[in-house]
Design a protein around this ligand. Structure first.
Ligand SMILES: [Zn+2]
Length: 162
């Protein structure tokens, strides 16, 4: 089911979820997410892949992640339907990463707030729209490292302590 100019709902949820909930799967997504991904695609003007075939591999957990998957984590932004792991069809993901890092203000205006450091995501770009602390600069993305539960908890702890 097409939900924006260039993206189908199936690109944002896994096949299991889509099979179970069909067009109602859309309720698992943050209402801003598809529009933000479309805005990014329009701006970089390159085909972007979330779930789907990319370099002979089929990706199915690059958008919303439910408890039905083994890549599920209680703390991941993917669980809230607020995150995407983006592959770029015609070039390497590092191009997209660099573009985003030099256009952070625009990317914030699209609705994204956070990016994972490229060294942790070598073939894709993780973007999400988590809530940021009020004192975070409005024109800068939060750049996070690591995807482990431990580093998440440490970050959370530092937010409350600092
Ligand atoms: Zn991700």
């Amino acid at each position: 089911m097409k939900i924006t100019e260039n993206f189908e709902l199936q690109e944002f949820v896994s096949p299991q979820i889509y099979k179970k909930f069909r067009h109602k799967s859309i309720i698992f997504l943050d209402s801003r997410l598809p529009g933000a991904v479309q805005a990014l695609r329009d701006k970089v003007n390159m085909p972007l892949i979330i779930n789907g075939k990319y370099k002979k591999k089929k990706y199915i957990h690059s958008g919303f992640r439910s408890k039905l998957t083994n890549s599920f984590s209680w703390y991941s932004q993917h669980r809230f339907g607020r995150a995407v792991d983006i592959k770029v069809k015609d070039t390497n993901a590092v191009y997209l990463y660099r573009w985003i890092m030099t256009h952070q203000k625009e990317v914030r205006e699209m609705g994204f707030t956070t990016i994972e450091k490229f060294k942790y995501t070598p073939t894709w770009v993780h973007l999400d729209m988590r809530m940021l602390p009020a004192d975070h600069p409005k024109d800068k993305l939060l750049v996070v490292s690591g995807r482990s539960k431990k580093s998440f908890l440490n970050r959370l702890k530092s937010l409350f302590n600092g």
